[in-house]
Ligand binder design. Structure first.
Ligand code: ZN
Length: 379
């Protein structure tokens, strides 16, 4: 029996490798929009395939590395994109304007995740080149995360507002600190005319949410909430969302009611208020998903997870993405506390923490927590 089982397991693992390790074709004839080039594969691995048309120079190392790292980070944060799970990155020079995405859910690009980037030389990795690549990946995330097609929030945030915080996060986690600072300086001062004049999307909405409620974990939770609750037809979202729904879903993602933040960012009309109340009753998820947040770096870097009130043995911690003896900083919302335990099953030494502990080394609890309880203070 043992031998048979082992043979079966080997067979199954070969089969799954075979499915995942499809070889991207050497050439690909474009058949979308006005694109009609015979593009050639210049690089590929298990995560990406890079294609150039004849006007682009030879394979460029920085480009392969950046596309690979950005896509790898995207999958780590937001999950998988289809069985092949690969990004096809197509580059032109001085051809077609801007860029466009496609996803594995669309036959327009042969059911591949695609970023098709038109205008630049791609020689030096200039800011506008990195931004265009990452902007198109942001569209793939909004259009096909959690295996559901369509972007209900595009009706609210337009083409680029989601992409800005997505790009900021990619740069941050890829260690592109100079580029990150430059886009921050641009977007923190940038006003848009929607949903009203002088809306500072980055300054008053996305950056505060990102920095206060768990960075890319809160971004990912938005898509998890959408996939779980927003109306669908099969594997497609069935409609766009209104502003009240938008604030409700982001509140669920952040684990806190964001009405005040929305009021500051967008103003608050009676329409918004009605929509917000209707959304709360139509999609009755709570806003306390992340009252305590855990990080594996000091100070408060390397976000692990936000936890609601509850008891977490080591096995429960692991299900939430937390590792044994690896928590280094904790941020607890007002009105709550976390009881830390040295051993599993709430054993060994223990300490109660409230507020922000940006580095647990000062209390002797760094990399020492093996179970924990998140509790609300009585009254
Ligand atoms: Zn193209």
């Amino acid at each position: 029996m043992q031998t048979i089982t082992a043979a079966l397991l080997i067979h199954l693992s070969l089969l799954s490798c075979g499915l995942l390790a499809q070889t991207p074709p050497e050439t690909w004839k474009e058949h979308w929009f006005e694109h009609n080039q015979l593009i050639k594969r210049v690089f590929y691995n298990n995560d990406i395939a890079v294609y150039f048309d004849d006007q682009v120079g030879p394979s460029i190392a920085w480009l392969n590395t950046f596309v690979n790292d950005a896509w790898w980070h995207t999958k780590r944060v937001y999950g998988n994109y289809g069985t092949e799970n690969r990004l096809y990155a197509v580059f032109h020079t001085d051809k077609y304007s801007g860029g466009h995405p496609s996803t594995y859910m669309s036959s327009s690009h042969d059911n591949r995740n695609v970023i098709d980037c038109g205008p630049y030389s791609w020689k030096n990795g200039d800011d506008h080149e990195l931004a265009l690549i990452t902007h198109e990946i942001a569209h793939i995330v909004e259009l096909s995360s959690k295996n559901i097609g369509g972007s209900p929030a595009m009706a609210v945030w337009g083409d680029s507002k989601w992409a800005e915080i997505f790009i900021y996060d990619v740069y941050k986690y890829l260690g592109k600190n100079d580029q990150m600072q430059r886009v921050y300086n641009i977007w923190i001062n940038q006003a848009d005319d929607f949903p009203r004049a002088n809306t500072f999307w980055f300054r008053d909405w996305f950056y505060p949410i990102y920095s206060k409620y768990g960075e890319n974990a809160v971004l990912n939770r938005f898509y998890e909430q959408l996939a779980q609750y927003f109306p669908k037809n099969g594997n497609q979202y069935s409609r766009g969302m209104n502003m009240g729904e938008f604030v409700h879903f982001w509140s669920g993602a952040a684990g806190v009611n964001l009405k005040d933040q929305a009021t500051q960012a967008f103003g608050w009309t009676s329409d918004y208020d009605n929509q917000f109340r209707q959304a709360q009753s139509a999609f009755p998820f709570p806003y306390d998903a992340g009252v305590a947040k855990f990080y594996h770096g000091c100070p408060s870097t390397g976000f692990f997870a936000g936890l609601p009130v509850g008891d977490y043995r080591l096995s429960d911690m692991r299900k939430k993405g937390l590792h044994n003896d690896d928590i280094s900083s904790i941020v607890v919302n007002p009105g709550y506390y976390v009881q830390l335990f040295e051993h599993d099953n709430f054993g060994g030494g223990s300490m109660r923490v409230t507020g922000t502990h940006s580095c647990l080394t000062t209390t002797g609890w760094n990399d020492r927590i093996s179970s924990l309880q998140v509790r609300k203070f009585a009254g």
